[in-house]
Design a protein around this ligand. Structure first.
Ligand code: 5GP
Length: 120
């Protein structure tokens, strides 16, 4: 992954629609869009519209509990909307060893094929 950073990321531009993306869900708190490099037939990223220090899960504080819950709940809504009725995988990469590359917290929703365990 990449070294941790507090700098703004490309996700801000996706939120502001300065960079195009295929948005599959959006409300006042979160936005979900297709990953540009899908690892499965369905690969969606769910992110908070306001980062509020959440560069990654390892930076979570008590005040983030509500948005963290909303990210997971949105992941479920998106999985349902995308027809992942036989199951799916949720991933949050954190830090270099977790292969995090973008330091704006995001939940990967991956599905449409059989997943393996343990992950690579
Ligand atoms: P990470 O490795 O940080 O967990 O995941 C970052 C994800 O963002 C990667 O899966 C990557 O393909 C995706 N990504 C990076 N840049 C863009 C972009 O400009 N647009 C979209 N839709 N996805 C992106």
């Amino acid at each position: 992954g990449a070294a941790p950073s507090d700098s703004p990321t490309i996700f801000d531009k996706i939120i502001n629609k300065e960079v195009p993306s295929t948005v599959v869900y959006e409300d006042d708190k979160v936005i979900a869009f297709k990953d540009i490099e899908p690892q499965a037939p369905t690969h969606i990223l769910v992110i908070p519209k306001v980062r509020d220090g959440l560069t990654g899960l390892s930076k979570a504080e008590e005040r983030h509990c509500e948005i963290l819950g909303r990210l997971l709940y949105t992941a479920k809504l998106v999985a349902k909307q995308e027809g992942l009725d036989d199951g799916f995988r949720i991933v949050i990469n954190d830090g270099p060893n977790g292969w995090q590359t973008i330091y704006h917290i995001h939940v990967h929703v991956i599905g449409g094929r059989q997943m393996n365990w343990p992950p690579g």
